[in-house]
Structures are given as C-alpha cells and as structure tokens.
Design a protein around this ligand. Sequence first.
Ligand code: GAL
Length: 414
Amino acid sequence: MQVLRTTLCAAAMAAAFTAHAAEVEVLHWWTSGGEAKAAAELKKMLEAKGHKWKDFAVAGGAGENAMTALKTRVVSGNPPTAAQIKGPAIQEWGEEGVLASIDDVAKKEGWDKLLPPVVANVMKYKGSYVAVPVNVHRVNWLWVNPELLKKAKAKVPTTLDEFFATAEALKKAGVQPVAYGGQPWQDATVFESVVLGVGGVDFYRKSLVQLDQNSLKSPTMVKALETFKRIKPYTDKNAPGREWNLATAMVINGKAAMQFMGDWAKGEFLAAGKVPGKDFLCVAVPGTATAFTFNIDSFAMFKLPNKDAEKGEKDFASAVMSPQFQEVFNLNKGSIPVRAGMNMAKFDACGQQSAKDFAAASQKSALVPSMAHGMAVHSATQGAIYDVVSQFWNDDRMSARQAADKLAAAAKVR
Ligand code: GAL
C-alpha cells in the first residue's frame, strides 16, 4: 500500500469528505442469495436506529474487487463509513492512518469480555478497537448432495482416499463429482483445505501461516499440491471463471455432487429452501474433521469529518455486536456468532456442529486462520500465493515440485 500512502497526503489536503450526517455508507461484497439476505438484516437494524444505509456493494467472491474499489475511494479522500476489512489487512489500513477508534463503544459494551482475545487483538490497531467482528466462518467444509452419492452407491468421504474413491464412483455413474469455480481465491480455498488434510494442523500452520521456507518446499507440500491437482479431472470444462455461488447451485440443483467451500455456501442452500441433513450434507473436508480453519468477517471504521457521522459509525458498531444481530445475521449467512455466550438453539445442525468444532479445536489448538480468506498473511503475500496456486492448477506442465519452490518464493513477497 505504498502508493496509497504517498497519494493520501495530497488527497488529505483536498479532502472533501462527502459522507452526510448519520448516513452510513457500508462497503461489502455480499451480493449472492444468502449473503444479500444476511446484509439486509444489517441494513434493517441500522435503519431501526434512525440512520440511513447507503449501500456500497461490490460483487466478487472473497472481496478482491471490493478492496480495489476501497483503495480508490480512500485515495481520493472519500472513504465509506465502514468497510468489510479482515484479518491482518486491518493493521495495514491502520498504518495508513485512516481508521477511527471505536474504543468508547467497545469499553461501554465490554467487548474485551465478549470476544476471544485472538479475535479482539485483530480488531485493534495500536491497542484501540478500529473494527467490529461479525461472525466466524469455517472454511474447511465439503458440501454434499446425498441423493447423487446414493445414486452412485458412493460413501460420504471422511479421508482423502475415500474422497477420490467417491469421486471415481460418481464419475462412473455419470454424475459430475465436483462443482468448482476456477478463480484464484477459490483455487486457494480448496488448496488450503487439502494442505490441512494432507499435512495436518502443525504443517498447515508452519507452511501457510508462519511461511516457513522448509515446510513450503517439503515433500509434504509436494504431496499436498499433487493431491490438490488430482481433484481437477473431477471438475467440468466450464469451471474456469465460475463464481462460487454458481458452483454451489450445481450441488443444490443436482448437477454436481460435492463442493469444497466455506460455510457461506450454506447460506445459498438455505436461501434455496434446502434442509441440512436431508437435501444437503455439511461434512469437514476429508482428513480435517478435528481442525477448524476460521475466517472472521469484520467491518473497519474510517475517520469521518463530523460528529453525526461518528455517531452513525458507533451505532453501526454497536448493532453488529448486539446478540440480536449476531443471531439473525449468522442464521442467514451460514456462519456462527463471534460474540461469546450466544444461544445456538435456532441454528441448524451444520451451525451447531461448527460451534462445537470451533470450541473443541480451540481447546486442542487446532484452530487455524484461513490463508485464502485474509486471516493469516499480509495481503501482498496472499496475492503472490494465490498466483502460484492458480498457475499450478491451470498449467498442466508445471510439476508439484516446481510449484512448491514457487510457493516458497511467493512467501517472501511483502
Ligand atoms: C469470504 C467472506 C465471506 C463470503 C465469501 C464469498 O472471504 O469472508 O463472508 O462472503 O468470501 O464472497
């Protein structure tokens, strides 16, 4: 964000903040069926507090397009009120000097007691809250159409070997085994789950969080890359460029049997009126049942020009942390509440499983941040890793050995 920093000084002088009093402009990328329903709940709650919601939705899974739009707006001195910014990127924006402290709300409401310290620390810049967390998504899920598995007399896989046996059985029965969206962030989403399945939690942490050179170049990483690539023959020829929710729709509509995707996919099943355990199954990515790859959505707050705007910002933050919002939003979004002590009674079996696995994984230190979803590494490093993973997926001449070496080089990018 070097460019941003230099441009900001000039822009700040000419800064004509256009946010109006109590008009809360929110940048997000929640445009698919389940996502939009969840976002609508946020709008409703804010409007109930007397503010005006100004939608700044930028379509595109995992928010790459949204982040580009955000940079443009901030550089021109016209940031939104709040933006969906996650993980280490909150620190990157904090360093630009554009984020606002919401410590007074956080103190009043006791956020330090309501959030696990690992989450609270990510929301703070230099000790002050600058962001509010929305949810906890689990990334290492496999979504299954049970009817298609039945048709192929195939078993719900719990190990990676079983996964390939099931995929083969489906193929023989004339069923499309895997619904896949060939976009860099989706490649990375599948890849990180396979790394977890092949190498286990410690290996995942060493390679994709700590970016340890030896782990990235190791035979285990080569095996993970080979395993990842073995999935490709079970995807269809229209996979390149496909949006994630269209891939989910293939599983929903019986066009494909399985999808590797985080639990925002559940939001799509639910929005289509499907029932978990009956119409679709949520199972951990084979080989990763005891681990939990987390992806926490959050909104960072920008410095705003007047008191009214600040009031809107604080009310927004307070609404997001409220038990009412944490329940209704997450029921629609497919994630679980991030606020402690929430009653999970209204959540379906997948949500309850996720909450249980989250607690168990944190006890066993098997809770790992998602690299693909901006939880683990600097955004520039993440981008460089995305490039290698997608290149390897798309280029059948690149060996897993070469890809592992390229990954190790990508890990040095900042
Ligand atoms: C993730 C985000 C989720 C979901 C998904 C697909 O990065 O955390 O909330 O929206 O992208 O867009």
